[in-house]
Design a protein around this ligand. Structure first.
Ligand SMILES: Cc1cc2nc3c(=O)[nH]c(=O)nc-3n(C[C@H](O)[C@H](O)[C@H](O)COP(=O)(O)OP(=O)(O)OC[C@H]3O[C@@H](n4cnc5c(N)ncnc54)[C@H](O)[C@@H]3O)c2cc1C
Length: 306
């Protein structure tokens, strides 16, 4: 056991970090500009505190975001979209009537994260910034066509969720930047979006997870647009663009959906680990793209079917 403890740094003295608790976004960005590389932002702490406890990170300062009301807003935009502040918890998303009714794929993804205690503390912003390739929300947000808003002192930028992930647990957020909000566009007419997770045990992370969003053309049969997000299928969450190309502009028949599912399994790049081989993950991507598509298509025209 001592060897295991040593490997995880449990025997190392933990260097205390100075805690800073800004109460405004401007103050948080000023603190990040000042402390830059040496600081870490603390959201719900569900992932960061594990890393600190294991000695994998030793920041000089922790910049806690709990006191910043602006980061907790969850609101419909005038055009029917959704703004989710980075500090909105997974539990809030899972239980919000607005999210359940208008953006059920996001509620789907939040509801299958870990366990209720983790979801009550863990935030959507923290989940995205942790950039775990098996995290659930990225696939749903890719299917929903969401953007993230990233700010630093004196400016901000937006990028599509699929562009947030540079590499394994490496989000495209610099040391002086903060993920401020997630912006989900309004659902298009005749569209449906779903997220399905496949896992081996009740509270596991995803073996694979699929977000599928489709918009029908006016004829009610042709795919006008489609977005497919995958997790557990590479070193980062992915957008399955080759699979999307199989469907866009084509009739949404079972045969086309099966061909798109095969394309997704081909274009992704899963890893083998103790839970599953690369081969098995590809097989499950194929199965779950088909299943997520079926749920998404049932949701078109206001259906909220699971
Ligand atoms: C037992 C367990 C099981 C889990 N299972 C799942 C699962 O099945 N599916 C799933 O999706 N997730 C799972 N998670 C992860 C969970 O969703 C975490 O809540 C999430 O990854 C981190 O969110 P947080 O708010 O706790 O962030 P923290 O742990 O506070 O922060 C995580 C990282 O993001 C950075 N950060 C946080 N917020 C910001 C911000 N606004 N701007 C810039 N950087 C920021 C932090 O500095 C840190 O590096 C699990 C976690 C645990 C502990």
């Amino acid at each position: 056991m001592a060897e295991v403890d040593d490997a995880f740094g449990f025997d190392e003295p933990i260097q205390p970090a100075a805690y800073l608790g800004p109460t405004s976004l401007d103050d948080a960005l000023a603190l990040l500009a000042e402390h830059g590389d040496e600081a870490k932002v603390l959201a719900g702490g569900q992932s960061l505190l594990v890393f600190l406890r294991q000695g994998l990170l030793a920041p000089s300062h922790l910049i806690g975001l709990r006191g910043i009301a602006e980061l907790r807003r969850l609101e419909a935009t005038p055009d029917g979209g959704l703004t989710v502040g980075a500090m909105v918890t997974q539990h809030t998303l899972e239980t919000s009537p607005l999210v359940q009714a208008r953006f059920p794929a996001l509620a789907d993804a939040a509801a299958v994260i870990a366990s209720p205690p983790v979801r009550r503390q863990g935030t959507l912003g923290g989940n995205l910034c942790h950039a775990d390739p098996t995290g659930d929300p990225p696939a749903a947000l890719i299917a929903l066509g969401a953007d993230v808003e990233i700010a630093r002192a004196g400016g901000s930028r937006r990028l599509p969720v699929e562009d947030l992930f540079r590499d394994y647990m490496d989000p495209a957020i610099e040391a002086d930047e903060l993920l401020v909000a997630i912006h989900v566009p309004p659902p298009a007419p005749r569209s449906g979006v779903a997220y399905l997770k496949y896992r081996l045990r009740g509270v596991d992370t995803a073996l694979v997870g699929v977000g599928f969003g489709a918009t029908l053309a006016e004829d009610g049969a042709t795919c006008a647009d489609v977005r497919i997000g995958l997790v557990g299928a590479g070193t980062t969450p992915l957008r399955a663009t080759e699979a999307e190309a199989v469907l866009r502009g084509a009739p949404l028949t079972d045969e086309r959906l099966a061909a798109a599912a095969r394309a997704a399994a081909h274009e992704c790049a899963p890893l083998s680990d103790t839970e599953a081989s690369e081969w098995y993950r590809r097989e499950m991507v194929e199965v779950f793209v088909r299943r997520a598509a079926q749920v998404a298509l049932r949701r078109i025209d206001g259906g909220n079917a699971a």
